[in-house]
Design a protein around this ligand. Structure first.
Ligand code: CU
Length: 123
């Protein structure tokens, strides 16, 4: 997995700077026009943002930090907390004991940076 920041931009003469604020929480960034009129929008995400495993699997997530200095994160319902830092690989190792869908949430980039751990029930 990666922690990445997709980014887009244009100049105010092509598309006026949006008047509506984006949802708060650090997950969306809207940079107002600079001296050249260029403005940018970006967000943070896990890529891929879904991990599918089978119940009972030993899971190792290797997550590299590409954009953003730090991503303090957790897998809700699995008691896994970790921080992904730019330029480093963070390994998250656990056994998928519980079936279900569990959010992988970065506390610094709400509400955008949310992935899903999907644990398929053992039949
Ligand atoms: Cu983040």
């Amino acid at each position: 997995m990666m922690a990445v920041e997709p980014k887009g931009g244009t100049t105010a003469d092509k598309k006026p700077f949006p008047k509506t604020a984006l949802p708060p929480g650090g997950g969306y960034i809207l940079k107002p026009p600079d001296e050249t009129g260029r403005w940018e929008v970006s967000t943070y995400r896990w890529d891929p943002n879904q991990v599918i495993v089978n119940q009972g699997d030993s899971v190792t997530l290797e997550i590299i930090g590409i954009n953003g200095a730090e991503h303090p994160a957790a897998i809700e319902g699995y008691d896994q907390k970790f921080t992904v830092k730019r330029g480093e690989v963070t390994r998250v190792v656990f056994r998928a004991t519980k079936a279900g869908v569990f959010r992988i949430v970065c506390a610094a980039h709400n509400p955008a940076m949310v992935g899903e751990l999907i644990v398929l029930a053992r039949s």
